[in-house]
Design a binder for this molecule. Structure first.
Ligand SMILES: Nc1ncnc2c1ncn2[C@@H]1O[C@H](COP(=O)(O)OP(=O)(O)O)[C@@H](O)[C@H]1O
Ligand SMILES: [Mg+2]
Length: 247
């Protein structure tokens, strides 16, 4: 099983949108597990049709298996997740061991993280084979990005494991119609070009609709949804390739 972690300590940058679509996408060809680590549970709502009775918080208590329900299985977020943010850091390794315990039942695991660098995010990073970081162009800050890269490195160093593959910064609600965003994007490409994922996800109504309707943009009608589908499937095609997932 290959684990992809979608992280950024900022909220509202499009993490959950990407994880939901990644789940739908990978489940077309792979046995897919999706883990909702954010107590706000937006992902558990959008992917409500695929919820396991196993709660994500269980994965921090002891190594826990999540029996597959079909090609897509989601562990649900609950407010109890906040409880793992106490002082005991042992739960970080328990979470990693839980994902390991599911290695034979799934081909891919996608993890949605809360907007904070806390035990849950560290657990995800410890279990990660690859990490992608959705970013907003509006509130782009070099400082935030440096912090994020430090966290990825720091967790690996602390636990003595190889660093996960960093797939890049992915502008995820990019408003091409905004001159300011276009300018900021060019600045970003100039300053951190090597860190950028080769692709963007534009700001489109279809994504917001996908979140509330619980279906991917490629199931929707209309030219906006079609463009969104081409764009986001292209992103996951690249992710698959770089993670060695095959078709
Ligand atoms: N590309 C996009 N275009 C338009 N709306 C988007 C896009 N990506 C996400 N959204 C919407 O923006 C809000 C925040 O996105 P979300 O994925 O929940 O971010 P995060 O998980 O980083 O907090 C949600 O209402 C979501 O539906
Ligand atoms: Mg989210």
């Amino acid at each position: 099983m290959k684990t992809l972690v979608v992280m950024n300590e900022k909220g509202g940058v499009g993490k959950t949108n990407i994880v939901a679509h990644a789940g739908w996408f990978f489940a077309e060809h792979h046995r897919t597990l999706v883990v909702d680590l954010d107590q706000q549970a937006n992902l558990s709502t959008t992917l409500g049709a695929y919820l396991s009775p196993v709660e994500t918080v269980d994965l921090f208590a002891e190594p826990t298996r999540v029996p597959p329900l079909g090609s897509l299985t989601v562990t649900r977020s609950t407010r109890e997740l906040l409880g793992v943010e106490g002082v005991d850091r042992a739960c970080i390794e328990v979470f990693r061991d839980s994902l390991k315990a599911n290695g034979d039942d799934y081909d891919v695991c996608v993890v949605d993280t809360p907007p904070a660098l806390t035990n849950r995010t560290f657990g995800a990073l410890l279990a990660a084979d690859a990490v992608i970081a959705p970013i907003g162009i509006n509130d782009y800050s070099i400082q935030g990005i440096a912090e994020l890269l430090r966290a990825i490195k720091g967790v690996s160093t602390h636990y003595g494991r190889p660093e996960p593959l960093f797939l890049g910064l992915l502008p995820s609600i990019y408003d091409r119609k905004s001159k300011r965003e276009r300018e900021l994007f060019e600045d970003l490409a100039g300053q951190a070009g090597k860190l950028l994922f080769p692709g963007v996800i534009a700001k489109r109504d279809a994504y917001a609709k996908a979140a509330s309707d619980g279906e991917p943009v490629w199931m929707m009608k209309g030219s906006g949804a079609r463009e969104a589908a081409t764009e986001i499937r292209g992103v996951f095609g690249t992710v698959s390739e770089r993670m060695g997932l095959g078709a």
